[in-house]
Design a protein around this ligand. Sequence first.
Ligand SMILES: Nc1ncnc2c1ncn2[C@@H]1O[C@H](COP(=O)(O)OP(=O)(O)OP(=O)(O)O)[C@@H](O)[C@H]1O
Ligand SMILES: [Mg+2]
Length: 429
Amino acid sequence: MAARSQAAGGGDRPARSAPSGAAPLGSTPLSGPPPGEEDVLARLRGVVDPELGDDIVDLGMVRGVEVSEEGDVRLEVALTIAGCPLRAQIERDVRGSVGAIPGVRSVALSIVQMDADQRAAVMARARWKAREHAPATAVPPRARVLAVASGKGGVGKSSVTVNLAVALACRGLTIGVLDADIGGFSVPRLLGMEGRLEARAGKMVPLERRITDGVLRVLSMGFLADEDRAVMWRGLLLGRAVQQFLQDAHWGDLDYLLVDLPPGTGDVQMGLARMLPRTEMLLVTTPPVAAQRVAARAADMARRGYLRVAGVLENMSDFTCEHGTTYALFGSGGGERLAAELGVPLVGSIPLHPDMAAAGDAGEPVALGEGELAAVFTDLARTVAEDIAPLVETSGCTARLLEAVADAVAGRVDGAQRRGAPAGAAGDR
Ligand SMILES: Nc1ncnc2c1ncn2[C@@H]1O[C@H](COP(=O)(O)OP(=O)(O)OP(=O)(O)O)[C@@H](O)[C@H]1O
Ligand SMILES: [Mg+2]
């Protein structure tokens, strides 16, 4: 496939090519003042990386555009691989496109190679773009999908996920919990759930736990991890676990799906972005500034994967001792600063509290209890359900229509998946 160059942000102009370096563009008179950086970028949106199938600006391949007062343009284009066979084409198209902008005297182009992280991000973005229409999953269209993420480990993602899930279930809702930490799963232990996943018609049936009027439906590698089962599921799951959890599972009707992500900014997040682009991220951070920076990186990755950041949760905030004195052991205000930096709400702050660890070990989430922490999670669930990610009113036409279409596509029998029907009920996929 050939690289193509299209005019952007202006009429069609012939693309002139220049040999190399800061090549002057010959004797063509300069017409008008030099362009702004935005004009250069706009024109470069017409240059497509033929392999990735998207324009080089959108793919984040163009950097450091500078235009001098004399109309000399300098810029850098980062290729996924420097020895890319399409390099010459892309180089020619960039020079041609920029050179054709009125007011440009010369174009100095340097081609560099992306590092592994940048390449991964670009590839993920390209994959996402290639799938404008995300594949069908077993997650019902009206379910809000919230992924709990952080840039680094041990900040409390899993604890927050399970307790928020429990507190939402206490509102009488049906909550899916997807433990996407494939290698380091902890959701089964935190929820005190044991068991083995059964398959029906080749699809996994989540394990259930009733919570007052609500219900949790949980999928985790922890339910597959004994030797025999692991062997049985290996072919199905390895490398594609999250995809399998989303597609090949009987989630049934859900109000929310909470996803407990592994630490970092890796493949699982990008896979989720590709499979369920409507996923919204809840970023967990601890008060110190360093943790915020890491969380900000996670947010950046989320954006590149087109995931919206719904809000920030500060965990391990102030510790109040038995005498009522409050200590900001890890500093304070970190969550608020990160939220402000990202322009998203601070959903809440969860205090550092020994009960959190004890409850986790006992498999009885603090959100089920009576104490101070339970109240914190009740508030958090209220904020999420009422402000941050309210459910779409199912009596509304659009939501009903969406459901009806999804049911029709899935071949479901009318009414087989109403709320309250057990996961995997008849007619359920
Ligand atoms: N608010 C809190 N107060 C006290 N201890 C907490 C609090 N939140 C989490 N912990 C404890 O911190 C530890 C790490 O929590 P958790 O496993 O939820 O973090 P994580 O971000 O999911 O970790 P990983 O990145 O390894 O998946 C656990 O022992 C947990 O009990
Ligand atoms: Mg975890």
